[in-house]
Design a protein around this ligand. Structure first.
Ligand code: TMP
Length: 208
C-alpha cells in the first residue's frame, strides 16, 4: 500500500526549478512530513552512472537509445528509491520524471508519444505523480537567466528551437493531465512563484 505522496518538478533551464524545490521541501518539513529529495535521470548508483552517460557531450546515441536509457534509470529509481520511500510514508520530491521524457525525447527529439507511452506503462504500471509542478518560462528568458560557468551538457548545448519544442511538449502534456500538472508562470518574481507553490501544496495537504 502506498502511503506517501509523490511530487515532481519540471521545467526548461532557467525556470527556477531548483530554488522552488528547496522551498517546497522546507514547507513539507514544516508540516512534519518526512521528505525524500531525488532527481532524474539519477537518484540511484546505476541511475547516476546513466545520467553521466546521457549528459556527456561526448556521448553519441540514437534518440531511442536516449529514451531507453532514461526509462532504464527510471525503472531503477522506482525500485530502489521512489516506491520504498512511498511505502514508508515519506513524501518523494523528484527533480524531473516522465513528463520530461515526453517533452525532451518526445517533442524535442521527435519520438512518437505511442512508444514513450509503452515505456511509461512498462516501467511505471499505474504509478503517476500525485502532483507535478511545471515551471513555465519563455525559452529566451530562461536562457538569459542561466549563467553556467562549466561547459554545457548534451542537452544544454541544443539550439533554441529544440527548447521551444520541449516547452510546447510540456504545455501539451499539461493540457492532457490538467488535474495533475499545474502550470506555474515562472516569469513572476521568485516570491510570487513561492506563494503560488505554497497555495497548490496547501490544497494537496487538505486532500490527504
Ligand atoms: P537537470 O540538469 O535539470 O537535472 O536535467 C538533466 C537533463 O536531462 C535535462 O536537460 C533534461 C533531460 N531529461 C530528458 O531529456 N529526459 C528525461 O526523461 C529526464 C528525466 C531528463
Amino acid at each position: 500500500m502506498v502511503c506517501g505522496k509523490f511530487i515532481t518538478l519540471e521545467g526548461v533551464d532557467g525556470a527556477g526549478k531548483s530554488t522552488q524545490l528547496e522551498h517546497l521541501v522546507t514547507l513539507l518539513r514544516q508540516n512534519g512530513l518526512t521528505v525524500v529529495v531525488t532527481r532524474e535521470p539519477g537518484g540511484t548508483v546505476l541511475g547516476e552512472r546513466l545520467r553521466a552517460l546521457l549528459l556527456d557531450q561526448a556521448s553519441v546515441m540514437h534518440p531511442e537509445t536516449e529514451a531507453l536509457l532514461m526509462f532504464a534509470a527510471r525503472r531503477e529509481h522506482l525500485d530502489k528509491v521512489i516506491i520504498p520511500a512511498l511505502h514508508k510514508g515519506s513524501w518523494v520530491i523528484s527533480d524531473r520524471f516522465t513528463d520530461a521524457s515526453f517533452a525532451y525525447q518526445g517533442s524535442g527529439r521527435g519520438l512518437s508519444s505511442g512508444k514513450l507511452a509503452l515505456l511509461e506503462q512498462w516501467v511505471q504500471n499505474d504509478l503517476q505523480p500525485d502532483l507535478t509542478l511545471y515551471f513555465d518560462v519563455p525559452v529566451e528568458l530562461g536562457r538569459q537567466r542561466v549563467n553556467i560557468s562549466r561547459a554545457p551538457d548534451r542537452f544544454e548545448q541544443e539550439q533554441q528551437v529544440f527548447f521551444q519544442r520541449v516547452r510546447d511538449g510540456y504545455l501539451e502534456r499539461a493540457k492532457q493531465y490538467p488535474k495533475r500538472i499545474h502550470v506555474i508562470d515562472a516569469r513572476q518574481t521568485e516570491n510570487s512563484v513561492k506563494q503560488e507553490v505554497a497555495g497548490i501544496l496547501e490544497l494537496l495537504l487538505k486532500r490527504t
